[in-house]
Each structure stands twice: as C-alpha cells, then as structure tokens.
Design a protein around this ligand. Structure first.
Ligand code: ADP
Length: 408
C-alpha cells in the first residue's frame, strides 16, 4: 500500500504523519496510520515519539541529532528506520511539506521540482528562522524518497487575497512592489477551520468570523465567507499578538533605539525579538501558559494580562476590518485548552455582542478528561457565537497533496 507522508520541519523538531493513499479518485483520506515527531534536533536529547494505530504509543531516544540540514536528514532517517521495522511492506509515494513562506506568487500548493525549490530558496531571507528548516526538510525528503511526488503547502497562501490596505505598509511604494508586504501566516490552520465551519456551521461560514489561533505562535485571521481578508501577522511571524517568546506588535522606534543607542547587532535583535520576548520575556519565567497560570509571581500575571489585552484589542481591530462580527473561533494549544485565558478574553467582550457561557467554556478542551474537544461556548441566544475548534494542519497538508497526486 503506498503511503502519504506529511512533514512539518521546524528549527528543532520535525512533525510527521503517515496515511495510506486511497486507491480510487474521490475516495476520502483515511485516518493516519501513525503520527509523531522527532524533537531535540541540534540538542543533546533527540527523541522520536509517535502514536500508531497498529503499534500504540512509542518513545525512543535517538543518538545525538545535529542541527541544520544534516540534523533533518538524521531525523528523517529515524522515521524511515521505524517505517522499515514496523511497516516493511509500505512505500512512501507522496510527501507533503509545510513551508512557511510562499511569497507573492505561491497562492496554491505546488508540486516541488528544482525550479520551485530555487524560488523558495530565494524567499529564505523573508523568513530566516523558519524557511531554511523547511527547505532542509524538503531536501532530506527528496534524498530519502527519490521516487515520491513532493508537494509544498504554504502558510502564506491562504492570505493572498487580502485587499491592498491589509497587504501593505505605508512605506514608499517600491518596497511593496519588491515584496515587503503583510503576508499573514498560520494559513493551513485557518483553512482547516474555515472548512470545518463550512461543514458543520454553514450559516456562520457565510458570515464574518475571527479565528484566534493561539499557540506558542499566535495570530488572528478575519474571514468573510470563508476567505481571509485580514490577519494580525504581517511581513514576518513576529507581528500582531505577543507569543510564547516573540514580541508581537512593537513600535519600530524601539528597534531604532536598540540599534542606535544600545548597540544591538542585527543578530542580537533577532534573538531578542524571536526568542527572548513575549510571555517569556515579560514574565521572566516561561513561555508556557500552563506554567504562568500556576505561578504566583506578579510578573506571570502581568504577562498573561498583556496577552489577554492584546487579544481583545486585535478582536476589536479585525471586527472593524470585517464591518462587524458573527462568530469568534478559538484554536491552537492555548485557544483549545486554556479555559481561564478564554474566560478572561471573553468576559469583557459583551459590548461586541458576545454573551459568554462560563459553564460551557469550562467543559471545552482536548487536554482534560471528559472535556468536549469542540463546540459552542457562548449562550444559545448570543448575537456573536463563540466556538472552540481543534485545528489540524497535518490534515490540510495531506489533503492538498492528495489533490495534486490525483490530478497527475
Ligand atoms: P505551537 O505554536 O508550537 O504549535 P501549540 O499550538 O502546541 O504551539 O500551543 C502550545 C501552547 O499551548 C503551550 O505553550 C501552552 O502554553 C498552551 N497549552 C497547551 N495546553 C494547555 C492547557 N491545558 N492549559 C493552558 N495552556 C495550554
């Protein structure tokens, strides 16, 4: 049976899933046979952890996995080795890669060849902390699965229909023309949520919806009739909401001050804004919302206050972009699970038409026993509906690749 492999290559991890390819055209994708990740790439304690429908949950320590391209090759080798041992009859025939940046032109998933790969290389400066890892994952997979069809799916693609005013900065026009634009990210997640709305809440799908993808990386997206018209993220995945370790929206004057008065180098500034800021920087404790919720340190409380306030502010801003609001959807690790954070965001939003249901909120999440993973957390008569919906970026990767595979 041929297999479809999805790969989501980050700086220190590769998430993957393995799904049997359906034979006949139009047959829906079955559930994955296995999914998991190699974590700790570039560190001392690399691990392969996975869950397989045939073999249950497995964890395995790996010999030191280097960073960079060779690290991704070693990580893929570990997955390959597991496949050979546990599913010796199966062959990977289709590989779908998550790629952060598709630039101005890639608005659809693409079949990967040398020409597309060269174009993606040229986009690496636009996403220096993500794109090189994605490309290392692609090159490793091309070497490992030479016969397979390889597909790239872009986080920016879902936002390429933004109107000019949501796509630009007020810089001299030449910068827009050369690609300095507000791209927006988390597109595979938003696409999955838009599809879920279409399938299960078709009336809301037709309306004005804000999706809050709140995870270690966090952003919001404004959907009108399922189409993205605005996003909190901009040129890079730094803008908008504060995140685990990223600053979110910041006055560019602060950056000029750090460069000119404090002597920061571009590398130090990059490290500060991507790795040392956000919840971690403000709290001085952790980027993890669970730890901050448990902490009694005032700085932990202030970091969460800031996160909640910026989420509320972004909901106001995107409602203005949409000309009103019919539904708000929470997704991502925090959005799906952090009951107190949802409560704090929602309890002050009566003015926007949200009649919040604290009891329903308390019973929704995927990380506590007996909770509902998805459903409504606003009162039945609320003018704006509020939903919790788990996202599934791997599923979108798989479906996009299958569509290209079947079109060949
Ligand atoms: P990523 O952007 O890396 O994909 P996730 O969407 O997995 O991140 O979200 C990770 C974050 O979700 C964690 O850092 C943690 O703060 C938060 N989270 C996960 N489960 C819970 C929970 N039960 N309560 C509060 N926060 C949670």
């Amino acid at each position: 049976m041929p297999l479809l492999l999805t790969l989501n290559a980050g700086s220190s991890s590769i998430k993957f899933s393995l799904t049997p390819l359906p034979g006949a055209k139009g047959t829906p994708l079955p559930a994955p046979l296995a999914h998991g990740q190699v974590s700790g790439i570039g560190g001392a304690a690399a691990r392969l952890s996975l869950r397989s429908s045939l073999h249950g949950k497995q964890e395995q320590a790996l010999p030191t996995v280097a960073s960079g391209r060779s690290g991704h090759e070693q990580a893929l080798d570990a997955v390959l080795h597991w496949l050979e041992q546990h599913l010796p009859e199966e062959k990977v025939a289709l590989v779908s890669h998550r790629v952060v940046h598709g630039g101005v032109h890639f608005a659809q998933p693409m079949r990967l060849d040398a020409q597309v790969l060269a174009q993606l290389d040229a986009l690496a400066p636009l996403a220096p902390l993500h794109q090189p890892h994605n490309l290392a994952g692609i090159r490793s997979a091309m070497a490992a699965f030479g016969q397979a069809l390889q597909v790239a799916c872009f986080d920016t693609a879902f936002h390429r229909q933004h109107p000019f005013v949501a796509d630009t900065f007020a810089l001299p026009r030449r910068f827009y023309d050369e690609g300095v634009r507000r791209y927006g990210f988390h597109g595979l997640s938003y696409e999955y949520i838009a599809r879920t709305l279409q399938a299960h809440w078709p009336a809301l799908h037709q309306g004005r919806v804000i999706v809050a993808h709140l995870g270690n990386g966090a952003s919001m997206c404004a959907l009108r009739q399922g189409v993205s018209i605005d996003s909190s993220m901009g040129f890079t995945a730094l803008d908008g909401l504060p995140m685990g370790t990223r600053c979110g929206q910041i006055d560019p004057g602060v950056l000029l001050y750090l460069l000119t008065e404090k002597g920061y180098s571009p590398e130090q500034l990059t490290e500060l804004l991507y790795q040392q800021s956000g919840l971690k920087g403000l709290s001085g404790l952790s980027n993890d919302v669970r730890e901050l919720l448990q902490s009694e340190q005032p700085q932990a409380g202030q970091a969460l206050d800031y996160f909640v306030a910026r989420c509320q502010r972004e909901i106001g801003a995107l409602s203005a972009s949409l000309g009103g609001l019919d539904a708000l959807v929470f997704t991502g690790g925090i959005g799906e699970n952090a009951v107190p954070i949802r409560q704090r965001i929602l309890q002050d939003l009566g003015w926007i038409g949200i009649d919040f249901d604290p009891a329903a909120n308390a019973t929704h999440g995927s990380s506590h026993a007996g909770a509902q993973p998805q459903g409504q957390i606003s009162q039945p008569g609320s003018r704006v509906s509020v939903l919790v919906l788990p996202t599934d970026e791997e599923r979108m990767l798989a479906e996009h690749a299958l569509a290209l595979w079947q079109a060949v």
